[in-house]
Design a protein around this ligand. Structure first.
Ligand SMILES: NC(=O)c1ccc[n+]([C@@H]2O[C@H](COP(=O)([O-])OP(=O)(O)OC[C@H]3O[C@@H](n4cnc5c(N)ncnc54)[C@H](OP(=O)(O)O)[C@@H]3O)[C@@H](O)[C@H]2O)c1
Length: 336
């Protein structure tokens, strides 16, 4: 029986902020499985800001997709047919390139088996997956917080940011989150126990940073770049560490945004800034997964998901991610 696969393709390359016109939903038939391949039914699709980079031709750490290609994306699914001894029908797996589609063909090298007893399976693309690994290693290896440090994190209610702040609290730090809107700010202080929150859409960031961080900022975990980063860098403490994780405020610009000169602050504070890609820590993911899963079980870590039903809603949800509509880790529930 030929199965039909619903897929979301990039119809046209976005210029600036993506629109629904850049996407198309198509149906295709699933090819015959070759030796060494598995067929996966996608259950959960992860939507992440890096996908905007894949839709662009700008130089990056990974190849762009072309018009007509299925959009690249991490997903969790169930093996429904296997032509390899490494996986059997019913196994739950996660893969970073399974894509925006209902079914994916993969090889064992591109997927990993998920233990459904560890946590709900969709966490394999969330708190126990790529965003979780980013928060854990980016904060601890690049930010190097020590107890008593003041840690500031931007996009603080998002997939990465919410975990960064909570791990910094576990590490004994004073934590300030920057997020868009009252609701997100209340969530990070009241539910996640951050010490303070700054609503960058409605408050003066410079003033609020000075109020909450009177002795300067020791660690800045930067998810956004742009004006927020300019403000934070100008209030660094001596020997501060800036972990450059993402620059979402810049992903949809068609020309570079003029910014403040920040080197004076870097120099006078003898600060360090270091960009990182989570993949450099791949050999150590298993350590972080165990540690975070334990924190979740001990209720030391809370994770918030924003779940949208139906693959056909992925384009709209992705555009929302670029506009701050998501509240927590953005997931598409593709199938039961
Ligand atoms: N280096 C790595 O290996 C790595 C790995 C994963 C993710 N990242 C990066 O980490 C960052 C966070 O990713 P995530 O998955 O956790 O996404 P997310 O925070 O769950 O969602 C993105 C959030 O960014 C904020 N945002 C959007 N446009 C903004 C703007 N112009 N200025 C300020 N904030 C804006 C919005 O929150 P507000 O409503 O608060 O504005 C939005 O909800 C992204 O930059 C991503 O590219 C890097």
């Amino acid at each position: 029986m030929t199965q039909i696969n619903k897929q979301v393709i990039m119809k046209t390359r976005p210029v600036g902020m993506p629109t629904l016109k850049n996407f198309e939903i198509i149906e295709s038939s699933i090819p015959e499985l070759k030796h060494g391949e598995v067929l996966i039914k996608i259950l959960w699709l992860s939507l992440d800001p890096y996908m905007r980079g894949r839709m662009s031709t700008a130089k990056s750490y990974a190849a762009s997709i072309n018009e007509g290609d299925v959009i690249i994306g991490g997903a969790v699914g169930k093996i429904i047919n296997s032509n390899t001894e490494q996986y059997k029908e019913g196994d739950i797996v996660e893969g970073f390139t399974l894509g925006w589609q209902e079914y994916a063909i993969a090889t064992p090298a591109s997927i990993r088996k998920i233990d459904p007893n560890l946590a709900p399976i969709q966490t394999a693309v969330g708190v126990l997956g790529m965003p979780g690994m980013t928060a854990f290693f980016g904060l601890l290896h690049i930010g190097k917080p020590i107890p008593g440090d003041t840690v500031v994190v931007s996009a603080a209610s998002g997939a990465v940011g919410q975990l960064v702040g909570q791990i910094a609290k576990i590490a004994g730090c004073y934590v300030v989150g920057i997020a868009g809107g009252k609701e997100k700010c209340s969530f990070i202080t009241e539910t996640l126990n951050f010490d303070a929150a700054i609503d960058y859409k409605n408050e003066n960031i410079n003033k609020k940073l000075a109020e909450y961080c009177p002795e300067g900022i020791n660690v800045y975990f930067d998810n956004v770049g742009g004006k927020i980063t300019d403000a934070v860098i100008n209030q660094l403490a001596n020997y501060a560490r800036v972990a450059v994780c993402g620059v979402i405020s810049q992903y949809n610009l068609t020309k570079p945004e003029p910014g403040l000169r920040t080197h004076r602050s870097m120099l006078t504070n003898q600060a360090t800034t270091e960009g990182f890609l989570v993949f450099q820590f791949a050999q150590k993911y298993h350590i972080a997964i165990k540690r975070i899963a334990k924190w979740i079980k001990e209720e030391k870590i809370i994770y918030k998901e924003d779940v949208i039903e139906g693959l056909e809603n992925a384009p709209d949800a992705f555009i929302g991610l670029m506009n701050g509509k998501n509240f927590g880790k953005l997931l598409i529930k593709v199938s039961e």
